[in-house]
Design a protein around this ligand. Structure first.
Ligand code: AMP
Length: 126
């Protein structure tokens, strides 16, 4: 089933400059900004500039340039936030919630970058 992108979602409004954001990094294909309700000392959201609903949509339909730009943006954010393990820093977790079971609230693909403290188990035990 093809995805339908909702132009009125909050991240679409951020990309259009209709509501403010706390930008951390930007390139041709991605924007990174601080989560409004941070769950860790580092909590940055990285979003593609294209109209993609979730990771599945992005992975299947984005161009190679968009995918590379997005991946590089995540790397740049981790360096800027001083959480890059390869630089001897404390590390991070990247999360892309998708769909209902993933509990995705905003229907514009985004990756959470979380760090700055030990994050515990990936999932709470059911
Ligand atoms: P998800 O459940 O993966 O869709 O996460 C959506 C995230 O967007 C949540 O962590 C919210 O705190 C965050 N969020 C919602 N509105 C804004 C906003 N205006 N600026 C920054 N982050 C936001």
């Amino acid at each position: 089933m093809p995805y339908t992108y909702d132009d009125q979602n909050i991240f679409a409004k951020i990309l259009r400059g209709e509501i403010p954001n706390n930008t951390v990094f930007e390139n041709d294909h991605a924007l990174a900004f601080r989560d409004i309700t941070p769950q860790a000392p580092v909590h940055v959201l990285v979003i593609p500039k294209g109209r993609y609903v979730n990771h599945d949509h992005f992975a299947n339909e984005a161009s190679d340039a968009e995918i590379v730009g997005y991946a590089r943006a995540i790397g740049a954010v981790c360096k800027l936030e001083n959480v890059t393990p390869g630089d001897g820093q404390s590390g991070y977790r990247s999360i892309a919630n998708s769909g209902e079971d993933g509990v995705q609230e905003v229907p514009h693909f985004h990756t959470h970058i979380l760090g700055g403290r030990p994050l515990g188990r990936m999932l709470a035990r059911a």
